[in-house]
Design a binder for this molecule. Structure first.
Ligand code: PLP
Ligand code: ZN
Length: 428
């Protein structure tokens, strides 16, 4: 595979982690000889695969992701193949013509990180690595730990002690990864790899791993295929390290270049206010990112002050009329309640999409007659701590530590909890 530096254009070895100049790497695909109609047919046929690697919602698109990898080298857990839903309660609450939610939360380890990690681990193992590493706000480490276990390899992950959901740390440990905690934020983990990465002899699977980006492109391929190759007007995505919006942009440009779609949708990138250096840069029209020294948001998956992929994200959004927006933790949690009660559910970072869409509709950046797809990046069970505040009164009755008065079960108490037949309205 051809790997090139995004900054200086230098060609790199496909095991490289970053360029000598400090720039990010990217995979340069060669789509010569690929025909749109033929691809559509091939992708459709593969929807009926059950056992081969093509049953995966990532490897179904192998020609556009990692065409050179021998099929026998693929490490897959049938990731992708996630639901694209259009819940009416969410649509009504937002007051938009149509809204889809792409539930990446349905991935095997519970987040979209699986879409990229299957490709990074497959590639690393193919190139001879048996030991893998990353730093993470939680989901990347869970995903890496899962694939490393599945490939019978080892993994060691660096997890900041601050603001990482305990569910994700436990999930990572359960898959057998070694966890190294450290004081500070995700950004310090990234700096560690910049300094010592090449000495470690481990395959580094951080968000800047170019093969992860290739795998994450499949999210938008799947949305396009589900909608018969006609995308909605907007795609709304949360941003922390900005790898996912980078992959979304690259995937969209692939689809357009190949003639698989005829019209580019616009992209809205949403950050949490307490960790929004990229939104600040874009809204001020600046060309350089100024990091947030102490990022802070309940949406721990995007609690990142110095997003590594900001240049790629900036360039894509600038080329195609993308917008950015930031939302408060309160707005995120309100949107999460709505998504949870629609029956889909997600972790806080994912809910930033619906919160952001609401804001962009209110300020008329997005028209109510337009259509949108929001990418729900992680599963509801990924962060149960975040729910404790929302449901504190319910929890206080259930978990009283043996104090207070006894509570007997009666039909009155059970039915009384439901309220009148039509009073329940989750979207008010
Ligand atoms: C990683 C992650 C994000 C942020 O994605 P980036 O690629 O870091 O911008 C958002 N939500 C969830 C659930 C995540 O795990
Ligand atoms: Zn370079």
């Amino acid at each position: 595979m051809l790997i090139r530096c995004y900054d200086c254009g230098e060609t790199q070895d496909d095991r490289a982690y970053s360029c000598m100049c400090g720039g990010l790497l990217e995979v340069v695909q060669d789509f010569k000889g690929l025909d749109a109609e033929e691809l559509k047919m091939r992708f459709r046929h593969r929807l009926s695969e059950r056992m081969s690697p093509y049953a995966s919602g990532v490897w179904r698109y192998k020609e556009l992701i990692h065409p050179e990898l021998p099929d026998g080298e693929i490490v897959t857990k049938r990731e992708g193949n996630t639901g694209l839903y259009a819940p009416e309660v969410v649509r009504r609450s937002l007051g938009i013509r149509k809204v889809w939610l792409k539930a990446q939360s349905e991935n095997p380890s519970g987040s979209f990180k699986d879409n990229g990690m299957t490709v990074a681990v497959s590639h690393g193992r193919y190139r001879g690595y048996r030991r893998f590493t990353c730093t993470s706000t939680g989901n990347t480490s869970s995903s890496l730990a899962m694939y490393a276990a599945w490939a019978e390899c080892e993994s060691v992950v660096l997890v900041p002690n601050e603001r990482v959901s305990i569910n994700k740390v436990l999930q990572t440990l359960a898959y057998g990864a070694k966890v190294v905690g450290f004081d500070g934020t995700y950004d310090e983990g990234i700096r560690f790899y910049e300094r010592y990465g090449s000495e470690l002899g481990l395959y580094i699977c951080n968000s800047i791993n170019p093969f992860r980006i290739e795998g994450q492109k499949s999210i938008v391929y799947e949305i396009a295929q589900s909608l018969d190759w006609e995308l909605p007007d907007w795609i709304v995505i949360p941003g922390g390290a900005l790898s996912n919006v980078t992959a979304l942009g690259k995937g969209l440009e692939d689809l357009f270049q190949l003639g698989l779609i005829e019209r580019m949708p616009r992209v809205a990138l949403i950050q949490a206010e307490g960790a929004s250096p990229f939104h600040r840069m874009m809204s001020l029209g600046e060309q350089q990112l100024t990091a947030f020294e102490s990022p802070s948001t309940i949406a721990s998956a995007m609690n990142i002050g110095n997003p590594p992929s900001w240049k790629k994200a900036r360039d894509f959004l600038t080329r195609h009329g993308g917008v950015t927006c930031s939302v408060t933790d309160e707005e995120i949690m309100a949107a999460k309640t709505l998504i949870d009660r629609s029956g889909i559910g997600c972790e806080p970072a994912s809910a930033a999409t619906v919160a952001g869409l609401r804001k962009l509709l209110a300020d008329k950046t997005i028209d109510r007659e337009e259509t949108a797809a929001c990418i729900l990046t992680g599963n509801l069970l990924k962060d149960t701590e975040a729910l404790k505040h929302t449901y504190r009164s319910e929890l206080s009755e259930w978990d009283r530590g043996g104090l207070a008065m006894p509570m007997k079960l009666t039909p009155e108490r059970v039915l009384g909890r439901l309220g009148s037949a039509d009073a329940f309205n989750p979207i008010s």
